[in-house]
Design a protein around this ligand. Structure first.
Ligand SMILES: [Ca+2]
Ligand SMILES: [Ca+2]
Length: 492
């Protein structure tokens, strides 16, 4: 299947907030084994019997998932034949059970379980699980890498919609270098959220101990209920490392982005061979949060837009955080060991220090005037032509142009190898050894066999060479404050 572009027919109105139609690049599929699947087929069996190097190509329709689809082999893809994510639905509602009211006990526990490297889930919809729509966690003591979730619509599950865990009580293995991109992650019916009394055990993407995850260009919407405490739309913790969260739009989420949480080791946190982050304990190392729009309408509480909780070496720049109601904080950094940089952000409320945390703060705008935005009332957070305090007022960020490459693309599966023999996969607590360092575009290494991976990597390198904004537009020599670089031709 060649490279093609799909105009995702997404023009969704959420109150007054419009999510613009977006062009999503279709993945180029390298596989020669294509298994065609129809809704009447036993999909769990097809997934369970797929060999490495297989693509399961799903015809249009709703697939009733009565037992979890478990991906145990590496390099297996599942995607819709049409490339349109709304036309293939993996539905966890038990046969005969009502969809309204939506109840956890009427749904399968998990719909997709990814337990092997290089699995791709693309161009479809996943809904109605008691716990998670997609759960990534290793088998045994082998790390898994390069899981890709691309152009997927995920909604209405009881716990976290996408969950990434380590394996076992001693946490011998982890999931690294995952990518979640161009997805719509939301709640339509939040009655399914797991109620814990004063809070809900529910969120968007929740990653424990993962290294170099890349969360980009997604829309997160309505991950909130009754103004009660709940999990973040994106939460990276238990000593995740090198996360990049960029170019996402968050609408009506109670807490949008969280890095870190715990102030002490808790037996399920990751350790690294360089022992970084162990003494004193920190809960997230390195990473970048940039070019994100975060917006909550009147009546939908934003507890906090970006929370940095016991983290070090995290750069937070060029984000725009606006809530119509008063927030507890727009951005906050907390706990004595925290060390972060917070530059070029524009927020409707405050950037808050808590409990002795340290941040280098430059060129941020707090208590932003609503007139700075293209439409404050409708939540269009692009800059208005009159945003004199923001346009060309940011500091240049030469030192931040290249965050750690989150998607090393070092270990590709080659057909016929077992997971344990995949380059880069190791056992125990050691991080994956790098057997191949990609030279980027034109890489000659025979291990670097997947053209689409090379393209993704080339895109990434290109995006780093120039500092861009949330629209993917290049920033000029005098960067604007916030996620948007002002242009008179504003994308809608
Ligand atoms: Ca500028
Ligand atoms: Ca722009």
């Amino acid at each position: 299947m060649g490279m093609r572009y799909v105009l995702s027919a997404l023009l969704v109105l959420c109150g007054t907030v419009a999510v613009a139609a977006e062009e999503v690049r279709a993945l180029e599929d390298p596989h020669k084994i294509i298994v065609n699947v129809s809704p009447e087929d036993d999909l769990a069996d097809k997934v369970g019997s797929a060999r490495p190097g297989t693509t399961l190509l799903l015809k249009n329709g709703t697939y009733r998932i009565t037992s979890t689809l478990v991906f145990k082999e590496f390099d297996v893809w599942i995607r819709s034949e049409s490339g349109v994510r709304g036309k293939v639905i993996l539905d966890g509602l038990k046969p005969g059970a009502p969809a309204k009211p939506l109840k956890r006990e009427n749904c399968v526990g998990e719909i997709v379980a990814v337990r092997a490297p290089n699995v791709v889930v693309a161009d479809l919809t996943v809904r109605y699980a008691a716990n998670h729509a997609i759960h990534v966690f290793p088998i045994g003591s082998v790390n898994i890498g390069n899981v890709l979730i691309h152009n997927v619509h995920v909604y209405d599950c009881g716990q976290q919609l996408i969950k990434v865990n380590g394996y076992g009580k001693g946490q011998q293995a982890w999931a690294d270098r995952g990518t979640v991109e161009d997805c719509l992650i939301e709640f339509k019916d939040n009655s399914i959220m797991q109620d814990q009394g004063k809070s809900f055990y529910t969120g968007g993407i929740d990653v424990h101990g993962g290294r170099r995850w890349w969360i980009r260009r997604n829309t997160f919407r309505n991950i909130q209920r009754e103004a009660k405490m709940m999990e973040h739309a994106v939460h990276m913790w238990s000593r995740c490392r090198g996360t990049v969260v960029e170019g996402n739009t968050f609408i009506d989420c109670y807490r949008a982005i969280g890095f870190g949480m715990k102030v002490k080791g808790w037996g399920r946190n990751r350790t690294y061979t360089d022992k970084k982050g162990e003494e004193p304990y920190v809960d997230h190392l390195e990473g970048t949060i940039r070019n994100n729009f975060i917006f909550n309408r009147k009546g939908i509480r934003l507890e906090s837009g970006i929370e940095l909780m016991n983290v070090i070496d995290v750069d937070v720049y060029h984000n725009t955080v606006v809530s119509h109601d008063k927030s507890f904080s727009s951005i906050e950094y907390r706990w004595p060991n925290t060390r972060v940089k917070v530059f070029n952000n524009i927020v409707s409320h405050t950037i808050m220090e808590r409990d002795g945390a340290k941040a280098e703060l430059k060129a941020n705008i707090e208590n932003a005037d609503p007139k700075l935005f293209a439409s404050y009332s409708k939540g269009d957070l692009h800059l208005s032509a009159n945003a004199k305090d923001a346009i060309d007022k940011g500091i240049t960020l030469d030192s931040m142009k290249k965050p750690e490459e989150p998607h090393e693309h070092a270990e590709h599966a080659a057909s016929g190898k077992t997971p344990a023999a995949i380059p880069g996969q190791t056992t125990g607590k050691e991080p994956a050894k790098e057997t191949h360092v990609c030279a980027g575009p034109g890489c000659k290494d025979p291990n670097c066999e997947h053209e689409w991976k090379r393209k993704a990597f080339a895109d990434y390198i290109a995006s780093q060479a120039k500092l861009t904004d949330i629209d993917g537009e290049e920033r000029d020599e005098q960067p604007d404050i916030g996620a948007d670089e002002y242009s008179s031709r504003r994308p809608r």
